[in-house]
Design a protein around this ligand. Sequence first.
Ligand SMILES: *[C@@H]1O[C@H](CO)[C@@H](O)[C@H](O)[C@H]1NC(C)=O
Ligand SMILES: *[C@@H]1O[C@H](CO)[C@@H](O)[C@H](O)[C@H]1NC(C)=O
Ligand SMILES: *[C@@H]1O[C@H](CO)[C@@H](O)[C@H](O)[C@H]1NC(C)=O
Length: 618
Amino acid sequence: MPRAPHFMPLLLLLLLPSLHHTQAAFPKDPHPLLVSDLQGTSPLSWFRGLEDDAVAAELGLDFQRFLTLNRTLLVAARDHVFSFDLQAQGEGEGLVPTKYLTWRSQAVENCAVRGKLTDECYNYIRVLVPWDSQTLLACGTNSFSPVCRSYGITSLQQEGEELSGQARCPFDATQSNVAVFAEGSLYSATAADFQASDAVVYRSLGPQPPLRSAKYDSKWLREPHFVHALEHGDHVYFFFREVSVEDARLGRVQFSRVARVCKRDMGGSPRALDRHWTSFLKLRLNCSVPGDSTFYFDVLQALAGPVHLHGRSALFGVFTTQTNSIPGSAVCAFYLDDIERGFEGKFKEQRSLDGAWTPVSEDRVPSPRPGTCAGVGGAASFSSSRDLPDDVLTFIKAHPLLDPAVPPATHQPLLTLTSRALLTQVAVDGMAGPHSNTTVMFLGSNDGTVLKVLPPDGRSGGAEPIILEEIDAYSPFRCSGKRAAQMARRIIGLELDTEGHRLFVAFSGCIVYLPLSRCGRHGACRRSCLASRDPYCGWHSSRGCVDIRGPGGADADRAGNQEAVEHGDCQDGATGSQSGPGDSAYVLLGAGPPLGTPSPPSDAHPWPQPSTLGAYTQ
Ligand SMILES: *[C@@H]1O[C@H](CO)[C@@H](O)[C@H](O)[C@H]1NC(C)=O
Ligand SMILES: *[C@@H]1O[C@H](CO)[C@@H](O)[C@H](O)[C@H]1NC(C)=O
Ligand SMILES: *[C@@H]1O[C@H](CO)[C@@H](O)[C@H](O)[C@H]1NC(C)=O
């Protein structure tokens, strides 16, 4: 539902001409090579809470997040963390936790008094991160008074005292948060108050002094929604979307950002930025389709990585259009080195209150360059950020935003979808295929479908992404949750277990796992097997289309010198009976359109049909 319906006619007038301009070049939605559902999937591949838990029976799991450590999958949920031994649980076996911890809110009455429904007064475990090799940090909303605890990783027993969860965990489970430990300190980003008005990027619990972002300063953070945090080099990076300060054309425009702070930041001096970051800088992420007028997917939903793409380290983001715009999604990858280069760019500022935002000329930027980590590079002569000159501290406080926008890898989205359900989640296998060098993206949608996608082959240019498989992963029967009825189909988590060859999919009410490939579904012919383009599948002379990682797959690879004999019921013509060496579907990659690829229907239209548009003008 559009947030501001009265804007719609105006918005459509503004958008439609630009769409017509870009239409010629705008990529059409690719058609999936295979559409399937979970029929035949074992009922044991589902988990929606403990069997004897009456609350779970009523409400479902209330999934919060996944954490994979070694061969253990941890699932944070309402009042519980469940631990699944991935080693012990093979395909087809039940998804039963080997251990779990229960941590209920002690403050339910207090919560109800604060005007929240008792229904909301649970402990939603929103933070679950490894603290060291033996300990986990878990933080829960605890009925709107967040608390953290540490637990032994293997025992799931509580260790030590409880800690405040403020600025580490949101008060309200619907607020976003991210957290990561780096060099012994917790870097967290969330809303630090009950009203969710104090957004914060915070460091605590480590050997260094606690630091935070400037409070109630919309230049630093403006209603952010955090999706990912990552340690890299001298910095910790945060990925989020927020209401932009620099583009106020249509009211509240969301932009996607990457921000970073120095790990060795000690805060400012008593005169400026005392106990605040002196290195907080942010950039816009540019996920757009180039054309006569650039079309932006500006609303970051989820991010995965780093994973290798074309031999470089990249982050994969799922983006959608503005909520009051024509709905559409895109996947853009960003090379880490492009992001780092962006942080060397010019600062951005608004010269007058109603003026546009423009780059700051270099002669107005003090030295050492604001935002540089003390002790390195241009700031090498300053042993601590506390010693930085006042003008540097004053400048960085007022200029957290840089001018460049990080371009997407290959300068365009890896995939755009404008005529189907919006994307919500992403997981990426950067080591698929027989040579462990193929990238496969798994995308979750708000209608419960999982898309398995090969990104375009960056080297040959002009190639298109291929949707290998579209799987309807939701089952209302197995995954119901009274509370979640409205959003029940929305995929809110994806976690790869490449060793176990499966993908965990989380809905609010439950989790389920799917095999990464079901090669048998590609038919009994070598031709249809190879046409699947599935890097996990290969043709085996006697077993047919098999998973090349499985036991039969090893044979498929080795079958190179054997004469493959077609078997089964091949109806797809003479080519299907050609024999050849044990090939994998991977071999056809980049070799032009595969045999048997369905061509898109001629009425395929990149944009929603008028009837869909009409719904927004009402
Ligand atoms: C992972 O598990 C293996 C086998 O249990 C163990 O030997 C290894 O130390 C574990 N690694 C980590 C990082 O916990
Ligand atoms: C985003 O990228 C497109 C295409 O590469 C470019 O035309 C556009 O100017 C960029 N936008 C920003 C804000 O940098
Ligand atoms: C993967 O590795 C194989 C064998 O080394 C090579 O032929 C192929 O070009 C590589 N593919 C990519 C996408 O790098």
